[in-house]
Design a protein around this ligand. Structure first.
Ligand code: ADP
Ligand code: GLC
Length: 482
């Protein structure tokens, strides 16, 4: 099959979270099983710098307020063809792909990602300037979700690829002023409750949920949660309506990038069989962070976007109790400036217990996965979560709230045969701390702890099973199988 992915992030060049990791890994896994997979991305400065010789393959004309742009092509080191949408007026901005230096959304995000969606639809339709035609257009999150809507409003009978939309996070919906509708080149009829209208605003995500042939979300538990009022963020009715098209497929992890036996960011390599060397990373991490070397205390780690989703309020509400535990805590995060300030403040006066690092640091993220003894993810909601799978692989048992993909991947140690981590239910400091105390106590039981670590490390979270499920879904959407 020919499959075109459209996305706003791809690691290692542009990554704010798990979406970037997935776009780097899933196309690779699908390609390994014989599909021709290509990825459409905005030509952000990081991509232009990585591929200075990217060849121009087409000029895409201006439409309404969407500017004309050039399409360039390059090939990633792993052999994935990339299509880079080169529109400097919209994409030649360094740093975070969505936010300006003031940490606010770029004011023209509707045009920026309207153009990305529109171009994806163009490449998936009969008017594409490219000889290569996809059978499937696979969109990801709101930034590309308008593409199925553009295709839906093409003249009846015009052929185009079947469409799939993955919801990586329902909290981001791409909501804009309705006056943008004609500027984005959408017809007046799109302004309806059966179109892109959402409580008086134009919703990119709704456009995709309404018109994609297949909808995926990134774990089975989250697929259920988003169909409820509590988890549906206003879209649960539409998702229930489209339930027969909605599939929960657990993400995998890239087990080459995230492999403690070969990870170039680590001080010492280790594996389930050579687990003792993990401790060298713990010693080195304490030195890197300036934490006193108290080896008889476990080191808890957290790596996170700093948003409400990730449950940092639980961490901060528990600060005094955490500082009183026989444990140390490192947090690496970036995001909401108010949360950054509060986290920094939490660490002040507690240098022996807390190390807070603000920023986006890929290497330190790997070193925390390897050096920490246990990993914290007290998320309020979590569509899938990759970090808990990385931590399992790194022999760093996760302590997580039982929600979404966390509930699908972490089994509490109360299950003596299958347990691989620690779960708590209610988002309260009491339950959060109780789970941490259980983990800290078990850590002192070295034999049982080693067994727990090894169980996590030996589990298979690679992409091959998930890639297979994606391929099955694509196949079911091809016209021949109708
Ligand atoms: P989400 O996509 O909601 O942020 P995931 O667990 O799916 O959550 O993926 C997060 C990814 O982003 C992981 O690869 C994690 O290591 C990375 N990450 C998050 N924050 C940082 C940071 N401050 N520095 C480096 N990597 C980070
Ligand atoms: C989102 C979600 C996260 C998921 C990632 C990749 O950012 O918050 O849970 O793992 O996308 O699908």
């Amino acid at each position: 099959m020919n499959i075109l992915f459209a996305a706003s992030e791809m690691a290692p060049w542009v990554k704010t979270g798990g979406l970037g990791d997935v776009i780097a890994a899933l196309p690779k896994a699908l390609r390994a099983s014989g599909n021709d997979v290509r990825v459409l991305l905005p030509a952000y400065p990081a991509l232009k710098a990585a591929f200075p010789a990217a060849q121009r393959v087409a000029a895409l004309p201006a439409t309404n307020r969407l500017p004309a742009t050039e399409l360039r092509t390059a090939r990633s080191a792993e052999g994935i063809p990339l299509y880079l949408l080169d529109c400097p007026s919209l994409f030649a901005r360094p740093g975070n792909p969505y936010l300006g230096p003031d940490h606010r959304d770029w004011p023209d995000n509707a045009l920026r990602f309207g153009l990305l969606s529109h171009s994806a639809a163009l490449l998936a339709g009969a008017e594409s300037p490219l000889p290569w035609r996809p059978d499937i257009l696979h969109c990801n999150d709101w930034q590309t979700a308008l593409a199925p809507a553009y295709l839906h409003y093409l003249p009846a009978g015009e052929r185009h690829a079947a469409t799939v939309l993955t919801i990586h996070n329902l909290a981001f919906q791409g909501l804009f002023d309705p006056s943008l509708l004609p500027l984005l080149g959408l017809p007046g009829q799109a302004w309806s409750i059966d179109g892109v209208e959402f409580h008086g605003r134009l919703s990119f995500l709704k456009g995709g949920l309404q018109f994609a042939d297949g909808i995926i979300t990134v774990s089975p538990a989250y697929a259920k949660e988003i169909q409820t009022e509590a988890g549906g963020m206003g879209l649960d009715g539409l998702l229930r309506h489209r339930a027969d098209r909605l599939h929960g497929i657990l993400n995998g992890i890239d087990d080459e990038q995230w492999n403690p036996a070969t990870d170039p960011f680590l001080t010492a390599h280790y594996s389930a069989r050579r687990l003792a060397a993990k401790a060298i990373n713990t010693v080195a991490l304490r030195v890197e962070l300036g934490l006193p070397p108290i080896a008889e205390m476990p080191l808890l780690g957290m790596v996170s976007r700093l948003t409400e989703q990730k449950g940092l309020d639980l961490v901060m509400a528990s600060a005094a109790e955490l500082a009183a535990l026989p444990a140390q805590l490192v947090i690496l995060g970036s995001g909401d400036p108010a949360l950054e300030t509060r986290l920094r403040a939490m660490a002040v006066g507690r240098p022996a217990h807390f190390a807070v690092r603000i920023g986006f640091d890929e290497g330190l993220a790997h070193r925390i996965e390897a050096g920490a003894d246990m990993f914290l993810m007290p998320s309020r909601f979590e569509p899938c979560g990759l970090n808990q799978m990385y931590s399992l692989r790194y022999g760093t048992p996760p302590i997580v709230r039982a929600t979404g993909g966390l509930a699908d991947t972490v089994i509490d140690v109360a299950d003596a045969r299958h347990g691989n981590g620690f779960l708590f239910d209610a988002a309260t400091p009491q339950e959060f701390l109780a789970a941490i105390r259980r983990a800290v106590a078990l850590w002192h039981d070295t034999l049982r702890w080693r067994k727990l670590q090894r169980r996590g490390m030996r589990a298979d979270f690679g992409w091959s099973r998930a890639a297979q499920r994606h391929a099955d879904l694509y196949r079911s959407l091809l016209p021949s199988s109708a």
